[in-house]
Design a protein around this ligand. Structure first.
Ligand SMILES: Nc1ncnc2c1ncn2[C@@H]1O[C@H](COP(=O)(O)OP(=O)(O)OP(=O)(O)O)[C@@H](O)[C@H]1O
Length: 231
């Protein structure tokens, strides 16, 4: 049998000792999947994504191409399995400054990565979503929620070498038109020969968005996760 692209086996996470949020969550992901993750607020969706990127301490196992995170080195694994938060935390400085920090960090792991190429990639993606160039140099605090969300998403997508993209409500701050542009761009990535992204896990509270973007659906409920068949 072929090795799955990505596998989560018996993942469990507790917020405090004895306070289990989810347990025994298992699923595998294949190339081309856009796995929509749904569930009530507090069910553990963001926490599960952070576990998949090896950013949380969890019980259970994760494999990318049959190898655990440590086989890649944790920073490299987190680039390959990239978590993009719902909105940037309160960051100092501008998106361009943040981009350069992220890039310098990523390029230390990838000799040959080109800073200009990286910036033009992020700027190009953001421009497709209506972000004007001058916004890159404004402080995060002076951007609208939707501008900050698109810029943070574009910075994440500009990182080279991601195989599994983990999106935490990526359009929660956007109007319908902007959300549609983001959905269209992102859903094309697993099929594109120009992108290293092979699969996406996408948290949403919107039934319309789940239907529009997902090829599979996983619902977190009752301390576990069940796959819901999509028509
Ligand atoms: N670092 C933490 N320490 C303690 N509790 C936490 C921590 N992170 C999350 N939690 C708790 O774990 C539970 C799951 O949180 P999580 O953010 O994963 O839920 P969610 O399903 O993504 O919710 P939402 O849809 O509201 O974003 C919540 O009760 C939350 O308060």
């Amino acid at each position: 049998m072929d090795t799955p692209l990505f596998e989560a086996k018996n993942l469990s996470w507790s917020k405090l000792p004895g306070h289990v949020v989810f347990s025994n969550v298992s699923f595998s992901i294949k190339s081309g999947d856009i796995l929509v993750l749904t569930g009530k607020s507090g069910a553990g969706k963001s926490t599960l994504l952070k576990c998949l990127a090896h950013m949380n301490v969890y019980e259970g196992e994760i494999f990318l191409h049959g190898q655990p995170p440590k086989a890649y080195g944790i920073p490299s694994f987190r680039t390959r399995v990239l978590y993009i938060p719902q909105r940037p935390a309160l960051l100092p400085g501008s998106p361009r400054a943040f981009h350069n920090i992220v890039h310098n960090f990523a390029s230390r792991k990838q000799s040959g990565a080109d800073p200009e190429e990286h910036m033009s990639s992020a700027a190009y993606i953001a421009s497709l979503w209506g972000i004007e160039d001058e916004l890159w140099d404004r402080d995060w605090g002076n951007l609208s929620g939707g501008e900050a969300q698109r810029l943070a998403l574009a910075i994440g997508l500009g990182i080279q070498g991601t195989e599994i993209l983990l999106l935490d409500e990526p359009t929660s701050a956007l109007d319908i038109g902007s959300a549609g542009a983001v959905e269209k761009y992102i859903t094309a990535l697993p099929k594109s020969v120009n992108s290293s992204i092979q699969a996406i896990v996408w948290i949403t509270h919107s039934a319309e968005q789940a239907a529009a973007v997902g090829t599979r659906r996983l619902c977190m409920q009752d301390g576990g996760a069940v796959e819901v068949l999509v028509a």
